[in-house]
Design a binder for this molecule. Structure first.
Ligand code: MEV
Length: 327
């Protein structure tokens, strides 16, 4: 009987330290309750088959010997290259049939590509008996993301694999869980889809023109992430909020914020938030804000009035896990 395994992995939200983390400074990321799911089945015929209707990939097929070769539809890339990378290390007999689905829109910037990559590696690891631990899953998934994007710190891959809230350094040099169950986070979506790789490249160009200035911004970002780590551990949300505001100033100096995000951030602060900032590469996606209990509704109303959409997000979600296994 063929083995069918369903795996899920959480999306992510960057809390502090974006961009600087690509250049070796630490960041803090949390895994969110919205999950990505993948079901895989090993087949006798050596064919890769994919259905991922969320991104309009239906009945995509190719021989296993041609993985990574030729034109690959955008929505199939991460799954296909993940299978290729896995099978180069742990040979797969026959073929693989994959179906993926998502509880969140790929527009939000919650990291659907990295979460689906982590799902595939975990599912293959179980189906083939390779039983990789989370660090090995991280390593193969991160390689997959780099093969496709060329850039990235891997913070999103770490959130999908390990879950929780993490203090993270590029490439998984440090992946440290932070105990925090009560971060009163509010998330507002700007309605604008950001392209991470394009924005990371823009910042890189800026760094070539003014290396000392940009390195200084990264150093200051790294310092405030260290302080924020202490604030999380002592649940000092006032301090954490102040550091969010400081981080936002540095992101504005990198010129990655846009008017819509600025307006939503100002509205949140005006309504009594401890602090607010963009989350992720900038150029769109979401803002995050922390607010005292008695200001939460006012902050949500402020963000909505500024044109944002409040997204209900549970943080500290569990990392990649097997949902169902008919092995
Ligand atoms: C994008 O969500 C966050 C960046 O720091 C890129 C990365 O860490 O890979 C800009």
């Amino acid at each position: 009987m063929s083995k069918q395994i369903t795996v899920s992995a959480p999306g992510k939200l960057m809390l502090l330290g974006e961009h600087a983390v690509v250049y070796g400074r630490p960041c803090i990321v949390t895994a969110v309750g919205q999950r990505m799911r993948a079901t895989i089945e090993l087949a006798d015929e050596p064919v890769f088959q994919l259905n991922t209707p969320d991104v309009q990939v239906v009945d995509y097929k190719k021989p296993m010997s041609e993985l990574g070769i030729g034109d690959i539809p955008k929505g199939a890339k991460f799954v296909e290259i993940a299978i290729k990378n896995f099978s180069e290390k742990y040979p797969i007999q026959g073929g693989v049939k994959v179906t993926t689905s998502s509880e969140f829109s790929s527009q939000f910037g919650f990291g659907s590509s990295s979460a689906s990559t982590v799902c595939i590696i975990k599912a293959l690891s179980e189906a083939t008996g390779a039983t990789l631990d989370n660090k090995a899953i991280f390593n193969l998934s991160y390689k997959t993301v780099l093969d496709i994007q060329g850039k990235g710190s891997g913070f999103d891959v770490a959130a999908a694999a390990f879950g929780g809230t993490l203090y993270f350094i590029k490439g998984g040099q440090t992946i440290e869980p932070l105990q925090t169950d009560s971060l009163p986070l509010i998330v507002g979506y700007s309605g604008i889809k950001a392209d991470t790789v394009t924005i990371v490249n823009q910042v890189l160009e800026k760094a070539k023109e003014h290396p000392e200035v940009i390195e200084g911004i990264y150093d200051n970002t790294g310092k405030l992430v260290e302080q924020a780590k202490q604030a999380v551990l002592s649940k000092d949300w006032q301090k954490f909020g102040e550091l969010m505001n400081e981080n936002q100033k540095l992101l504005e100096k990198l010129e990655v914020s846009i008017n819509k995000l600025d307006n939503m951030i100002l509205a949140a602060r005006k309504a009594g938030a401890y602090g607010a900032k963009l989350s992720g590469a900038g150029g769109g996606d979401c803002i995050i804000t922390l607010a005292p209990e008695n200001r939460i509704q006012a902050v949500k109303d402020g963000i909505t009035a500024a044109g944002g959409q409040i997204i209900d997000v549970k943080i500290n979600a569990e990392g990649v896990k097997i949902e169902h296994d008919t092995k």
